[in-house]
Ligand binder design. Sequence first.
Ligand code: BTN
Length: 256
Amino acid sequence: MNKPEIMECSGLWRKRLLVFESLPSTNRWIMENSADCSNGDIIVALDQTSGRGRFDRTWTTPPGKCLTLSAVILPERENDPLLPCLCQAAALAVRQTIAKYNLPAMVKWPNDVIVNGKKTAGILAERDPSSGTVALGIGLNVNISIEEFSAINLLQPATSMSIEAGNTFDIDNIRTNLINALEHLIDDLWLNGLQNILKTWSEHDFLAVREIIVQTTDSQVVGRYYGLDKEARLVLADKNGKLHSFWSGDVSLSLV
Ligand code: BTN
């Protein structure tokens, strides 16, 4: 295993930034090294070789073209109902960061970030059951080209900041902005609960007023997106007006 460059940061969390030249997965590194991790540590891989996505999918990124990082969260309370909402806080932090570079970013439940209708970032939270440590992983497509995407097997339309802007970006600068946004939003979540997160989400919600399909492991429901409830569950109204709420699932737009 290569040794990381370790930097102390003066941000809200007084975190350490551990930058690895290459790692299989930043989330996996936290799961395997939770005893050495402190709350707020940020693990960065300049090249992530076996990135993990939701539902056991892979997250593939060409070296040096994307931001792949994970934050260490040590929850104060076990089973904190706010824990699942860390993903929404992270998605909003990415959205806010992308918007700083004048790109029209939106959030798509549960935790994708969309630019011009295409996925630009994904979030994956994993929890080590023995220590309770959470790895909050973020993958942001910064400088991937259209040609590089064509070599990746994609499940849904994807894009990068550089494709949408027509120019490349300084990844270190984006990383600094993202970490700042992330720590402010997570601190707000712990201090104030979900209220600010839900309000901001509704202002940048890609699914608003759309017909959608929610796929879970055992069902598929089609209907009109009804927003998020006060616990950040997705609510959908089916064609009979019956409301369905979901803790997790894959959401796509319905073409009817
Ligand atoms: C998704 O399926 O949309 C979630 C993708 C999450 C990818 C990030 S990249 C950094 C962190 N490490 C991983 O192995 N996965 C997450």
